[in-house]
Design a protein around this ligand. Structure first.
Ligand code: PLP
Length: 370
């Protein structure tokens, strides 16, 4: 909740501040802040228009920070020196770029996504005018490979863009990327892309030790990956990072004269501030800190699920997930926001969520226990 004071100045009202902790349904971490960037965030126009690898006219951009971020996350996802990508407005734009790249390379493209995929996938398919084939999910919300096989077989002469989700919005289910890649191999589908929408869970899962880490990166068959900045990395401003293992082959790299850089991104003008936030989140802390943030978030999610079970409130959590799904309650003494639908809501224990808030939720639910 925001207000303007009597002088018309923007203030975050006290009720607004405390209201933040009632919204447990959106996966935005809030534990990292960036006071060191306060001045540059509020006093400079920074526009990363055009390709990050081409500076363009003038120095009012942060493309070096953007490249650092793409390379850092590219290495985490198994890419080498040739990675290409950019900082997008959010994960939806990243998925749109990947779907558009595939449709440009293969005009007969069919897009495949599970019924649990984010709504941005259907939007991307619609924008590029590619048919969307839906694939069923199992009880946990993972794409069913048998169903994918029969759906791929129906269109086996067509090029395929399979969008796998690593951390579905509903339950944080993780699709089987190596399984998808070997299915395509079995069916002889060589004109293919596998885009991994890892907006929510890509980073925390990639930081797990190898033996616990689900395989979903370039080595597992992904041809592009997108991860959000304002989810796990707490950039506090919406953004995401899209990464390809190498620059897409058909990209037109000729600079547009107006901007002095090639038009290889979906958006024209792009934030020069979000790459600074991302770079600070990644480089000022290091993987050890982020691994520990993820561990604590999972621990709190396990605590939440247990506490709900103890009061007899139907709740569920997939192993490794920050997300706890719960039966949607009626009105409660405090204005908790659980998102979801009339049946199922969720508590997402992102870094920044406090155990005290969970104790409060559980106490309120106890008064309404089913
Ligand atoms: C799995 C997944 N994909 C895509 C998105 C869309 O991200 P954005 O709203 O940044 O475009 C989200 C956001 O919640 C998500 O969880």
């Amino acid at each position: 909740m925001t207000l303007f004071d009597s002088a018309g100045r923007f203030v975050l009202s006290e009720p607004g501040r405390s209201a933040a902790h009632f919204n447990l349904a959106f996966p935005g971490a809030t534990d990292l802040s960036f006071p060191q960037l306060a001045e540059v965030m509020t006093t400079r126009l920074l526009n990363n228009v055009g390709d990050p690898w081409q500076g363009g006219h003038g120095p009012n951009h942060t493309k070096q920070a953007e490249i650092d971020v793409v390379r850092c996350l590219g290495a985490l996802f198994g890419g080498g020196n040739d990675v290409w990508g950019y900082v997008t407005s959010g994960a939806s734009e990243g998925t749109l770029h990947a779907v558009d790249e595939a449709a440009t390379a293969h005009p007969d493209l069919v897009v495949y996504a599970s019924t649990a995929a984010h709504y941005s996938v259907a939007k991307a398919a619609r924008i590029v005018r590619a048919p969307l084939a839906r694939v069923g999910v199992d009880h946990d919300g993972r794409m069913m490979l048998d169903d994918l096989r029969s759906t791929l077989q129906e269109h086996r002469d067509k090029a395929a863009m399979i969008v796998a989700t690593v951390g579905t919005t509903e339950r944080e289910a993780v699709d089987d990327v190596p399984g998808i890649a070997s299915l395509c191999d079995d069916l002889g589908i060589v004109r293919r892309r596998i885009h991994v929408d890892a907006a929510l869970a890509g980073l925390p899962l990639a930081l797990l030790p190898l033996r616990e880490r689900p395989a979903f990166d370039f080595g597992a068959g992904a041809t592009s990956v997108v991860v959000s900045g304002h989810k796990f990395l707490s950039t506090l401003m919406p953004c995401a990072v899209l990464i390809y293992p190498r620059r897409p082959a058909l990209q037109d790299q000729r600079p547009v004269s107006y901007i002095g850089a090639a038009d290889t991104t979906i958006a024209g003008s792009r934030s020069g501030h979000t790459p600074l936030l991302l770079r600070a989140a990644l480089f000022d802390h290091g993987w050890g800190v982020h691994r520990e943030r993820a561990r604590q978030a999972r621990e709190l999610a396990a605590y939440t699920a247990e506490a709900l079970h103890r009061i007899g409130w139907p709740a569920d959590r997939l192993p490794l997930a920050f997300t706890v799904t719960l039966r949607q309650p009626g009105p409660l003494p405090r204005p908790w926001v659980f998102g979801g639908d009339a049946q199922v809501g969720r508590i997402i224990c992102m870094p920044g969520t406090e155990q005290a808030w969970i104790d409060e939720v559980v106490a309120d639910l106890k008064t309404a226990a089913p």
